[in-house]
Design a protein around this ligand. Structure first.
Ligand SMILES: [Zn+2]
Length: 65
C-alpha cells in the first residue's frame, strides 16, 4: 500500500490517493487504474512497485440513449 499525492490533470489541484497492492495483483504491466477525484476521474498506469508510470486525461465518450 502506498500513498500518492499527485496533481490532478483535470482540475490541476493536488489529490491524495491510497493505492493498495490488490490494484496490480495478477495484472499485466503497466496496469491502468481509474483515479476518482471529486466529480471527475483520470487514468494512472502503475508498475509492480505501485509507482506511477504515466497519468492520462481520459477522452470520454458517452453512450447513446
Ligand atoms: Zn481533480
Amino acid at each position: 500500500m502506498v500513498e500518492k499525492i499527485l496533481k490532478c490533470p483535470i482540475c490541476n489541484e493536488p489529490a491524495r490517493f491510497i493505492i493498495t497492492d490488490e490494484a496490480v495483483v495478477g495484472k499485466r504491466f503497466p496496469v491502468p487504474c481509474i483515479l476518482e477525484h471529486k466529480d471527475h476521474s483520470f487514468i494512472a498506469y502503475l508498475d509492480s512497485q505501485l509507482s506511477l508510470c504515466d497519468i492520462e486525461k481520459p477522452y470520454i465518450i458517452k453512450s447513446e440513449p
